[in-house]
Write a protein that binds this ligand. Sequence first.
Ligand SMILES: Cc1ncc(COP(=O)(O)O)c(C=O)c1O
Length: 427
Amino acid sequence: MKEIVPAPPAIIRNDYESVRELFAKNVVPSYGRFDLVLSHGVGSYVFDVAGKRYLDLGGGIAVNCLGHAHPAITEALVEQSKKLVHVSNLYFTEPQGKLAAELVKRIGNGKVFFSNSGAEANEGLFKLARKFGHDEGRFEILTANNSFHGRTLAGIAATGQDKVKKGFEPMMPGFRHIPYNDLEAARNSISPATVAIMIEGVQGEGGVTPATPEYLLGLRALCDEKKLLLLMDGVQCGHFRTGRFQSFQKILEGVPGGEKFLPDGLSMAKSLGGGFPIGAFWVRAPFQDLLGPGTHATTFGGTPLACAVALKILEVIEAEKLDQNARKLGDWMKNEFERLVKNYPSVVKNARGLGFMLGLELVEKIPAFAASEKSAAIQFTNRLHAAGVLVIPAGTQVVRLLPPLNLKPQEAGEGISKIEEIIKALT
Ligand SMILES: Cc1ncc(COP(=O)(O)O)c(C=O)c1O
C-alpha cells in the first residue's frame, strides 16, 4: 500500500526545489546523490527540509561517530575557536602534540602525521613506502581486489575496483591488486620492485569484508621476511567502530600472537573528527623519521581546531564506553541480520561485519527491482529512505550500516524493524 504523505507547506517545498536548483546550476555533478535535501540533525536522527525525520544508520559513511549536533563537539569548536583556529605547521601547537600522543598511545610506538582526509592520509603512506624503498629502486605497493583507498590519482590507482579508474587512465604506476584474504596470492605476487602491501582491516566500499586473523598474522610475517612495509587503511573501519580502537585489534583479540601485531603504517580519518575534517597516518617506530623535514606537508593538517575536536571525541567515546556499545549493539544487530537472512532467503543472502560496521547482502534477482536499472543496493536504500532510515550502499548488492557509536538500543531496534518491513514487502 502506498503511504500517503501530506504535502509539505509551500515554503518548505520551495527550499527543496531551490537547493536542488543551486546544485544543478553550480555544483560539479560528480556524485550520484539521493533525492534528499537534509537540513539539521540531533543525535542519531537527521531531518530534511520538509521536516521529515530519518534514523541515520549511515553516519555520514562512518564519520558522525557521536551522531549529529553533539554538545561536546560544539563546545570544543567554540572554546578552541576563541583561542586559535589555525596556524601554519611552521610552528608547534599543543592540541596537535596532544592528539598525536593520544593516537600513539592507542596504536603503538611510533609517530603521527596529520592530513585533511582519508585519501590524503593514504597518500602520505604511499610516499612513506616510496621513501623506504627508494635507494633500492623498490616502489610497488600491492593492494587488494575490491579495496577502496580514496579518489586522488594515487588513491584510484591503489583502489582495487575498475569503476573508480575508468576515464582517468593512464593510472599512476606502482600499484598492483591481489585477492583479499589470500596469503598465498600475496606471496606469489611480490616482485623485486615491491615495497609494501596495503589492506583495509575491514573492506568497506567493497562490501564489508573483514580480514581473517590468519591473513593479518600471515601478512605481517611475509612483510618481515621480504622487507616490505605492511600498511593498513583504517579510514573507515577504525576509531572504535569494530569495538576496539583499530579493526586489527578486534580481529586479533584472543588470537595467539595477536596482541603483538602492529602494521608499519596506518591511515585514519572519518570518525577521527566526528564530522570536522581531519585525517592522519601513524608510522611504526623504526620508520617514524623516514619523512624528514621538507619531505611532506599540508597547510591544514592538524590545525588546533581540528585536533581539539578530535581530542574531545576520544574523551567522550572512552568516558561513555562507546566502544563497548558498538561491540554489544553491533553484535545484536548482526544477529538480527542473520535472522533476516534465515527468514527471508528470497531477499537477503548474507550478513557481514564487525561492531558498527555491518553489511546485509541482497540476492541477485529481486523481482520487484527488475524494472529499474538501478542496483539492488540503491533501490533498497531508496525504500529505506521512504521509511525514514538512512543506510549506505556498498557495491551493487550490499547495504551498509555505519551508525554513530552512541546509537541507542531502541534506535537499533527501530532500524532493524524498518529494514525487516522493507524485506517483507519484497518477498
Ligand atoms: C577505506 C577508505 N580509505 C580511504 C577513503 C578516502 O577517504 P576520504 O574520502 O576522506 O578521502 C575512504 C572513503 O570512503 C575509505 O573508506
